[in-house]
Design a protein around this ligand. Sequence first.
Ligand SMILES: Nc1nc2c(c(=O)[nH]1)N[C@H]1C(S)=C(S)[C@@H](COP(=O)(O)O)O[C@H]1N2
Ligand SMILES: [Mo]
Length: 540
Amino acid sequence: MINNLGPQGALRFQKSLSGIASAALAIAFGELVASITNKTTSLILAVGEFIVDITPGDVVRTSIETLGNSQKIVLLTVITILALLFGGLLGLLLLKQPEMSYSLFILFGVFGGWTLNRDPLTSTVAALSVSALATLIGVSTFFLLNTVLDRPVNVDFEDPTHRYADRRQFLNWATGISVAAGTMTGVGRLLLKDDTVQNIRESIVLPDTEEKNDQLGSNNTTSESSSLNATPPEETDLLSFSEMNEIEGISPYITSNNDFYRIDTALRVPTIEPADWNLTVDGLVTNPYELSYEEILEMEFVKKDVTLACVSNEIGGSLVGNAVWTGVPLSEIISRSEPTSSAEQVMCHSVDGFTAGFPIENIFDGRTALLAVGMNGVPLPVIHGFPARLVVAGLYGYVSAVKWIKRIEICKWEGNNGYWIPRGWSKKAPIKIASRIDVPRERRISAGIIAVAGVAWAPLSGVKTVEISFNSEPWRECNLGVSLSGESWTQWAYKWDAAPGKYEIKVRAIDSNGVIQSSKVVNPAPNGAEGLDQISVRVV
Ligand SMILES: Nc1nc2c(c(=O)[nH]1)N[C@H]1C(S)=C(S)[C@@H](COP(=O)(O)O)O[C@H]1N2
Ligand SMILES: [Mo]
């Protein structure tokens, strides 16, 4: 292949190869160190985090966050490819301006170090040493490869002034270095597959909770065990849990951990060993203090079903779920710190630098506000915030539900903004009333009796009525499943004797205060979507 390029082309190819291989080795070094120590993150990830941070809120929301993991992998792959291409360009630049080329290589390293230093899990010392070493490795490889490349060995006897570079030796070196880079990255990946935290997590036994409203899997339809804000619908023809859950395709009352949506800005899920972790409560308090995981497990636990929703959820979207959370009431945790009279906001900090703040009143107004360590009966899954997170009923996740929490800071509103606030989202964000049609999923169905069903939520008052409308005809009331409190969603269903034809079906919810879900369409930014979910079906 090189032979087809002509001598000039071959040299360009080799020069860029030298840049690519050197950049690859530098990057691979960063990957390897990051996977061995856990005290620093990879250079590629750090650049990724930088890109996530500078991307405008709306774009991050819809691309990096809502598309989830695969999108994150695409981002990291693109960064790696761009970095290697940049190395290739530096190789080409060597032919014209070698000083410039080396300076840019170093600058490239400085940029990597700067992004690394931004990473909250990496100390400045680690960031500096890793990036300096990676740059040194990259630049010296670059230099050595080009020394080999430029070393004149073969003399052309017909034209003694023409000297050939030792192509074969160079290619051997370049291949060797690329293999080394690949191996380092591969070994790093294997080391990263460390399941220490997963094993620790699986060995944890959560304390028992006071109340046992064990609705999971049972067909308990009483509302006796309901929590504080319980407002079960008054209708007599409520469907039981089992009846509702039998409707094929309806969201189960409790979302399993595997099906629970995941939203965060983390390109790397923080893995925290509880023994190395503690929670700090400080800020405008008289008694700042720290809690270890052990100490938290010794406190009095409660168990609550709470619906968690993402502000980015579109009408009819899936960024919402209902789980049974176990943990310690925040009222307990915050009171112990004795907030001063100037306390206004509870600002929560995650180990990965994410922050979210909400009104301190919400901790004491009777709603569920938990430092949660359990989700659906097991310790929090790592992606859902292990070892601890917050769950505050009635508030969107971005202002409250901080995962991998490490600090609760009591502060004022002014001058203290959570992660999403400067990115165009509201400072205060109660969850809006909403309803979703889960079934029928098919757009073409056979005539006969079928179920139109789904879920609806209206924290904190709770859903009182769900109605559907066919082709804009008057609203018809649906059957509701049992909801243990206004803090969790309700399943709903309508038994429809479907006659052939084309139908537009809309749903709306009405909360216990009589507030009707509005049909006016509002975008998710800045404080949650509004509008009615609708489907069109053809009955044949
Ligand atoms: N550390 C951290 N916590 C976070 C976020 C984040 O980006 N980082 N995102 C929040 C948002 S926007 C939502 S909607 C919820 C989602 O929680 P889940 O992934 O467990 O469903 O987590 C919140 N907690
Ligand atoms: Mo969210």
